[in-house]
Ligand binder design. Structure first.
Ligand SMILES: [Fe+2]
Length: 441
């Protein structure tokens, strides 16, 4: 199996080709003639390859929701030995029953340094989540901290898709459908069931993962915004086909109904020579997000910053939204400009990729995160409130931070390791202490 050094991985990452457009019917072949034309499953697939369909939605779901790809590979996926249970490490899964849901506002510092030799998979650490992986509902929040590339092993998640949000260090993600590079400020979306291996572009890598058990992420409707705006479909990059023709032991780790299972193959399963379809990984640069906000007064709800949404059966009610607070101008007149005080039926996990967030003066740091569960009261801290209430309202550029939110319809129950972690901040409530009464009757 190919394992690269950081420098080799960086060179590969710089030269990657892409196929643009979220939700497109992409197609790609690493060897000319490998992709059949006019049919998906010819009697004999080209070049002696095996044809195999990978379904990310039920066969019968509407066209707009249907996700599937046809893979043309050296060996069919069915040719594998039995899987056996392996240790889950710090990975946990829904339903989350280790702790009781906590109404308190919680905030964490970044994950501590892991032991040397920790790869991306071993470095996954679950903060919490909701729903039930076996019912394909809900989501989980994971963090990762790794200092080693995955070597001779690949991972796939039958429980959901993975939205990877690097915060420190770039990743080279080798998937069945090709290679993607995701650096801090970019996100990678790995569909349910797609096998992949993560190599590091730098000494170490740290970041966040939203595991979405529910319907696949899609772009939000734009309504009166019109035909353009927010995350534009053309800015999502799918990989082009790239394959490994490698004989030799490769560990394949499969997350299935909350547990990790492992099998040792006699070849690399990243052996797809050509493919076409809609069930494909993507990478997206958050700096290309078209931020929309007020040009008069107040500001829209933060849903205006939604990059991707996983819809539920109830219109407008997401299983989980991925929301980004990207650099933007604030121009609202007679307006309290930072995010307002509120209580929300949805539950909010927030993380910080770089810089600072305009509602928190301190304590919310890159690599850390906060959890404001259903109906918990939150908003600007005292220092931010005092400053913003007195600020001169000239046009102001917020350009030193990149924060994001996983906003979900159900409360997020923290894992035991998150609820008792040394890096859980004690005394987070204090940021709202000292907000003075100003009422005059
Ligand atoms: Fe909020």
């Amino acid at each position: 199996m190919t394992t690269t050094t950081g420098e080799q991985a960086r060179k590969i990452a710089e030269g990657l080709g892409h196929s643009h457009g979220f939700g497109n019917e992409h197609s790609s072949e690493a060897v000319p003639g490998a992709l059949p034309h006019g049919r998906n499953a010819p009697q004999r697939a080209p070049l002696g390859l095996y044809a195999e369909q990978l379904s990310g939605s039920a066969f019968t779901e509407p066209r707009a929701d249907n996700r599937r790809s046809w893979l043309y590979r050296i060996r069919p996926s069915a040719a594998h030995p039995p899987f056996a249970r392996t240790d889950n490490g710090h990975l946990r899964s829904a339903p989350f029953t280790e702790s009781v849901p906590d109404p308190n506002r919680l905030r964490w510092n970044p994950l501590p340094e892991p032991p040397a030799g920790t790869d991306w998979l071993a470095g996954l650490w679950t903060l919490g989540g909701n729903g039930d992986a076996t019912q394909r509902t809900g989501m989980a929040v994971h963090l990762y901290h790794a200092n080693s590339s995955m070597e001779s092993r690949v991972f796939s998640d039958a429980d959901g898709e993975l939205l990877i949000v690097p915060e420190r260090g770039g990743l080279l993600v080798r998937t069945e459908l090709g290679l993607l590079a995701a650096r801090p400020g970019e996100v990678a979306l790995i569909p349910r069931g797609v096998r992949f291996r993560v190599e590091l572009l730098d000494e170490s890598a740290r970041g966040y993962v939203c595991e979405n058990y529910g319907r696949p992420f899609e772009l939000p409707e734009l309504g009166p915004i019109g035909a353009n705006g927010l995350a534009n479909a053309r800015d999502f990059r799918a990989p082009v086909a790239a394959y490994e023709d490698v004989e030799g032991p490769v560990e394949v780790v499969n997350k299935f109904c909350g547990n990790l299972w492992t099998a040792t193959y006699d070849h690399s399963p990243l052996d797809v020579v050509a493919w076409h379809g809609t069930h494909t990984p993507y990478v997206y640069d958050l700096h290309t997000f078209n931020v929309i906000g007020t040009i008069s007064y107040d500001h829209p709800d933060p849903s205006i910053f939604t990059v991707l949404t996983s819809p539920s059966d109830t219109p407008g009610l997401a299983g989980v939204d991925f929301v980004v607070f990207a650099p933007r101008w604030l121009v609202g007149e007679d307006t309290f400009r930072p995010p307002y005080f509120h209580r929300n039926v949805m539950s909010e996990y927030m993380g910080l990729i770089e810089g600072a967030y305009d509602a928190k003066a301190e304590g919310f740091v890159p690599g850390g995160g906060s959890l404001h569960n259903m109906m918990s009261a939150h908003g600007p801290d005292r220092e931010t409130f005092d400053r913003a209430s007195a600020a001169e309202l000239k046009p102001q550029k917020i350009d030193d931070g990149l924060a994001f939110m996983f906003e979900t319809r159900w409360p997020v129950t923290a894992t035991e390791q998150a609820a008792t972690a040394d890096h859980l901040q004690r005394g987070y409530d204090e940021v709202w202490q000292g907000l003075q009464r100003h009422f005059r009757s």
